[in-house]
Ligand binder design. Structure first.
Ligand code: BES
Ligand code: MN
Ligand code: ZN
Length: 505
């Protein structure tokens, strides 16, 4: 799907060659003398269109308007949330039609963030999964023109970010939606290697032998019940000087979670194919980075394996030794995400990162706490928490900070190892985060629990591509401060001494 942004008055919009013209009308609408204005004026006067966001009025072959279909969409006060509401009301009808060229234009001036909201809404409203049907449904829409009465640099940059972002989101959706037999750890490794065709990205995929050599006993323990060999994916995006400390993203890559010997109930177990949603979001972010080429360094780590019950599987009570040297008593084999992430967090130390963010469909408890609206966010430092919170708002991919008090770790005490892999039912999302916290002491760290936000159940079942948007905005915000560090430490400017790059903006 091709996106284009251009200046388009309503006069020009009436002559567009698109199959369908969507006109966004806010409550400050000022009519001109063109046919589109006249249509809006008449519709408002007759109350066939009101200003309530999401109200739509479609018409066919209107005199003076070239596009055969025109749809007026009310967007209330015209702010981002209303753009989203308006377009999500108008777009579903397009999904089943043969429309190939769509133009969306604003009837009046609009903010830069609204351009992003529109690109996101179009992607969201027209995405079709096409991975595994014999006659895959195709997205017929291939050209989307966004037209604004006037354009500035803010609009342009919001547009560029959004277009790269939706490509990342759609890649993440595609992989998360794939059934587990079409998204094995090996296949995820190949998908990562594919991304490394882009000049700024490199990729290394470790298998069981290399992982054993690293001493990742906890990760290996989860994988040992599966016939599919594990993969440890290391992606690197290099957009700044080698000396710039990277941000490390760690994505949970459980390609199927049966629960292991602590097996899950049968209903809806199919949804556990999405348990690599964190890993898929890392792939998605790298896709976006390859398009935007920002000035910063990013490492992506994806421990990938299946969690299966088997004669060779781990048993409740087993004690394993993690890469950090800490021993873990596995009281519940269904708390496997933290077992693979802890070794990846230890591996992350070697990059001397400025921050590490892990992303995981980690706990059902987080779904209970925050539902599908906000991802759970935990952070060891306030400035990192603030940056992530802000990024989530900017990307319309919300999160909410949760606590990390040490008292929450009390329930993880074990009689037979340094730590147990589960607490009790109370505060399950937080005790999971506290488990990870033990392995993330050497750098600023954050954890995003996306169990409730990475996919939707029910009729609209499928992956959401979250939190690619949040992560991308966070990384782009780091780019500015990375540049500042560069300037501060540039030899021309004076002291070559550099601060340890641990601070985040
Ligand atoms: N992948 C699940 C978490 C999950 C549950 C994601 C529901 C999405 C929807 C995770 O591996 C898991 O099974 N967690 C357990 C932990 C418990 C055993 C402490 C859970 O949340 O039930
Ligand atoms: Mn599990
Ligand atoms: Zn899981």
């Amino acid at each position: 799907m091709n996106f284009e942004l251009k200046t388009l008055s309503l006069v020009a919009a009436s002559k567009t060659s698109a199959d369908t013209l969507i006109v966004l009308v806010d409550d400050k609408f000022q009519p001109g003398k063109d046919p589109v204005s006249k249509l809006i004026e008449a519709a408002l006067a007759a109350k066939d269109l009101t200003h309530k966001a999401g109200k739509t009025l479609a018409a066919y072959r209107v005199a003076g308007i070239s596009a055969p279909r025109i749809c007026l969409v009310a967007v209330g006060d015209g702010h981002v949330a209303q753009i989203k509401t308006g377009l999500s009301a108008a777009l579903p009808t397009l999904k089943s039609t043969g429309i190939a060229r769509l133009a969306i234009c604003w009837a009046g001036p609009t903010a830069a963030a609204c351009v992003q909201a529109a690109v996101l809404a179009v992607s969201e409203g027209t995405y079709v999964y096409g991975g595994t049907q014999s006659k895959p449904a195709l997205r017929k829409l291939n050209q989307v023109t966004l037209g604004l009465p006037s354009l500035n640099a803010g609009h342009q940059s919001s547009f560029a970010t959004a277009v790269a972002m939706v490509q990342g989101i759609e890649l993440a959706k595609e992989w998360a939606n794939r059934p587990a037999n079409h998204a094995t750890p090996t296949m995820l490794g190949k998908a990562a290697q594919n991304l490394a065709q882009s000049p700024h990205i490199s990729c290394e995929v470790l298998g069981p032998r290399e992982v054993a050599k690293l001493g990742m006993g906890s990760f290996m323990a989860v994988a040992q019940g599966s016939a599919e060999p594990l993969r440890f994916i290391v992606l690197k995006y290099n957009g700044a000087a080698k000396s710039e400390a990277p941000v490390v993203l760690v994505g949970k890559g459980i390609t199927f979670d049966t629960g292991g010997i602590s097996i899950k109930p049968a209903p809806e177990m199919d949804e556990m194919k999405y348990d690599m949603g964190g890993g898929a979001s890392v792939l998605g972010v790298f896709k976006s980075l390859s398009l935007l080429k920002p000035h910063l360094n990013v490492v992506g780590l994806i421990p990938a394996c299946e969690n299966m019950p088997d004669g060779t599987a781990i048993k409740p009570g087993d004690v394993v030794t993690s890469m950090s040297g800490q021993t873990i008593e596995i009281l519940n084999t269904d708390a496997e995400g933290r077992l693979i992430l802890c070794d990846a967090l230890t591996y992350a130390e070697r990059f001397k990162p400025r921050a590490v963010v892990d992303i995981a469909t980690l706990t059902g408890a987080c779904v209970i706490a925050l539902g599908a609206v906000r991802s759970g966010m935990f952070a060891s430092q306030d400035d990192l928490a603030e940056a992530l919170m802000h990024a989530g708002d900017a990307a319309m991919d919300l999160c909410w900070r949760m606590p990390l008090d040490d008292d929450y770790a009390l329930s993880l005490k074990s009689h037979f190892a340094d730590v147990a892999n589960v607490g009790g039912r109370p505060a399950g999302a937080i005790t999971a985060a506290k488990f990870l916290h033990r392995f993330a002491k050497k750098y600023p760290w954050a954890h995003l629990d996306i169990a409730g936000t990475a996919w939707r159940g029910g009729a609209a079942k499928g992956a959401t591509g979250r939190p690619v948007g949040l992560l991308l905005h966070y990384l782009l915000s780091q780019q500015v401060s990375a540049k500042a560090v560069e300037q501060r430490t540039s030899p021309k400017r004076k002291p070559p001494a550099r601060k340890p790059a641990a601070k985040v903006a």
